[in-house]
Structures are given as structure tokens and as C-alpha cells.
Design a binder for this molecule. Structure first.
Ligand code: F0G
Length: 349
């Protein structure tokens, strides 16, 4: 089995042919790590973390982006285009650079973590910030794409969902079956849609015996799927999922209902606490939005809703290093002292 290329590894499950370029940056095959501290806290026998921050650009977006950009190249595109809270932009910019395409990204002004912006800049994307939330940026790029200006690589591009479903395959391969429940953050809702498709196909093709209950978590200030209506001014510290009108709305609802799961909200305080817990008690530094899955697991376990569950997976969608400001906010100022043993001891006391 070729190791580095997601397209090669899962070609039979993807919309690719011999003519599709074998684009790769080494995406996928991310670690599934056992979470002992969460097992102790929740009483669930097996809790696993799918560490998607280990992808080449530090988020799960790379799985879908490699397929979307390869298909764009195959179709003769010259420019790819996306709206983004940051990770899609970083991934699109990297794969476009790799493939020799130009990349344009439209961002919600002032709401993108520094590391993600740095990635898009470093990879040479053309960047515009618009006033308004992600939803406004997505609406603009959809119009630009339908005017024929570029190939849209947001998750409304079906190749993105196809690539992202491979994470569900990997979980089934590693565990020998699907888990009883999957916990996942939800923003634009492409990823929960992709995971559900992956689990359905895994069960159909004999990769798994069962399908998991799907538990999606939105931030309380940006929870349109929980409230049942778009949120015009979404607000949350987890900027990656600060989205008020998810494009894959119906995909998320189908995943919830067909799997017998739920979509619920967690507060910013719960997200922040789960973010610090993952880093300090499990040794895994994810970004704030990713911790919504852990916050969701803790909330549901506390509420007694997981008593029949033996094995769960939480998806950690992005790497904590993308968002240094959020990490910095977990501690006060760092003492600066003279370079003597006494001064350092005093500062540590
Ligand atoms: N976690 C992270 C770290 C994300 O960046 C996103 C989405 C999600 C979760 C939610 O996934 O949208 O498929 O429901 N980020 C998009 C972006 C919106 O532009 O990078 P989703």
C-alpha cells in the first residue's frame, strides 16, 4: 500500500480515474490516540482521539482539498477559490501551490487565527477580508465561482466531502469496526456529512459491522442547527466554527437522524475548558473549535446519555499551533528575571 498519498490509498472509494493527478502532501493516516484522562472522567471504557491536526497543513481540510484540487487540475482549472474561517484557506493555498494553480481566499475580517493567515500568506494566496461573518464570505465566493472566475473548493464542492470521508475509513481500519459513537465539531457541516457518508460506505463494503451514532457540536453563540434557524451574527471564541448558516445543513441533519445521534451546543466556557484539558491532561494540543467534540462528550457523559456506549471517538479537527493567541490566553504574563539560579527559583516559587 502506498503510504503517503490519500488518493492512491483510497482510489477505489473516490471519484478519481487514471487521469486524475496523484497530488499529495502526505495527507491522511493521522493518529488515533487513546484518551486515558477522558476515560477516567467519563467512565466510558474506550475514548479515542482522531488527531487531524497532524495533516500536512494542520487540519482535516487536507483530505478533501487534495481531491478537490486534483480534480480541478484534471478539469483544466487555473485558479481555485474559497471562503474560509482559516483552515480551508491554508489547505487550499498549500495544495494550489503544490499543483501550480493560483489561489484566492476570502476571509471574515478580524476573525481568522494568526497561524492560518500566516499559512495562506506563505503559500502565496491572494487574500481579501470582507466585513461580516464567514457566511457573507461564502456567499461572495459562490457568486464569483458561478460567474466562472475560478473553481470553488469549499465543501459545497462534492470532491471535498468525498476526500474527507476517508477519515471514517481510517477509524474503522484502526479499530476493526466503527465506534459506538462519534463526536465532532460542526461549523459549515461538511465534515459531519463526510464522516457519516464514510461510515455508511464502510458498513456497506464490509470495513465495519456497525455505524456509529453521530454527535455534532456547535458553539452556543453559533448554533443554527440546534436552534433550527440561521444565526445572522454568530459569535464564539472558537473562530473556526463561527458560522451562522451552514452550507451542508441537510447533510448534518441526515447524519444526526439516520444514525440516531444528536446535534447540540456547548458554551465557550465548556470549549475553552476542554481545549485546556486536552492539552494538559492528554498531551494533545488542538485548536479551540476542535475541542468542541471533547466538550460535547463531557456534556453528554455528565447528562447520563452515554451509559450504553463502550467505545467513542472524538475528532480533533485542527492543530493548536494555528491559534497561538488562544493558547496564550490560558496563562498570565511569563516572568522575566535575571539569569541566575536564585532569580529563576524565586520566579517559580
Ligand atoms: N474544526 C475546525 C478546526 C475547522 O476549521 C472547521 C471548519 C470545523 C471544525 C468545522 O467543520 O465546517 O465541515 O463543519 N472550518 C472551515 C474553514 C469553515 O473555513 O476552515 P465543518
Amino acid at each position: 500500500m502506498p503510504g503517503g498519498s490519500l488518493i492512491e490509498r483510497y482510489a477505489v472509494h473516490l471519484p478519481v480515474s487514471q487521469r486524475t493527478p496523484r497530488l499529495t502532501l502526505g495527507e491522511g493516516a493521522t493518529p488515533l490516540v487513546r484518551a486515558a484522562a477522558l476515560e477516567r472522567e467519563t467512565g466510558i471504557p474506550e475514548v479515542w482521539l482522531k488527531v487531524e491536526g497532524q495533516n500536512p497543513t494542520g487540519s482535516f481540510k487536507d483530505r478533501g482539498m487534495v481531491v478537490a484540487v486534483a480534480k480541478a487540475v484534471e478539469a483544466g482549472a487555473r485558479v481555485v477559490l474559497c471562503a474560509s474561517t482559516g483552515n480551508t484557506a491554508a489547505s487550499a493555498a498549500a495544495y494550489a501551490a503544490r499543483a501550480g494553480l493560483a489561489c484566492t481566499v476570502v476571509l471574515p475580517a478580524g476573525q481568522v487565527a494568526e497561524g492560518k493567515l500566516a499559512q495562506a500568506i506563505a503559500h502565496g494566496a491572494r487574500i481579501v477580508a470582507v466585513r461580516g461573518p464567514f457566511d457573507a464570505a461564502l456567499s461572495v465566493v459562490r457568486d464569483l465561482a458561478s460567474a466562472g472566475e475560478a473553481t470553488l473548493v469549499n465543501s459545497v464542492n462534492p470532491h471535498r466531502i468525498e476526500g474527507q470521508k476517508t477519515a471514517a475509513f481510517e477509524i474503522c481500519e484502526t479499530l476493526g469496526d466503527a465506534p459506538d459513537a462519534l463526536f465532532i465539531p460542526v461549523g459549515n457541516a461538511g465534515n459531519i456529512t463526510a464522516y457519516w457518508r464514510g461510515f455508511v460506505e464502510a458498513a456497506r463494503s464490509g470495513m465495519a459491522r456497525q455505524r456509529p451514532r453521530m454527535y455534532g457540536y456547535q458553539a452556543a453563540g453559533a448554533a443554527p442547527l440546534v436552534g433550527g434557524a440561521p444565526v445572522p451574527q454568530p459569535e464564539t471564541f472558537a473562530t473556526a466554527i463561527r458560522i451562522g448558516n451552514p452550507a451542508s445543513w441537510s447533510g448534518a441533519i441526515a447524519a444526526r437522524d439516520e444514525s440516531g445521534g444528536a446535534i447540540d451546543a456547548v458554551t465557550d466556557a465548556e470549549i475553552r475548558d476542554a481545549y485546556a484539558f486536552a492539552a494538559r491532561c492528554e498531551g494533545i494540543f488542538c485548536e479551540p473549535a476542535s475541542a468542541a467534540s471533547i466538550a460535547g462528550l463531557r456534556k453528554r457523559a455528565r447528562g447520563g446519555g452515554l451509559r450504553d456506549v463502550r467505545r467513542v471517538v472524538c475528532v480533533l479537527t485542527g492543530n493548536g499551533m494555528k491559534d497561538p493567541e488562544s493558547a496564550r490566553s490560558l496563562a498570565g504574563p511569563i516572568p522575566e528575571v535575571d539569569a541566575t539560579i536564585d532569580a529563576v527559583r524565586r520566579a517559580l516559587a
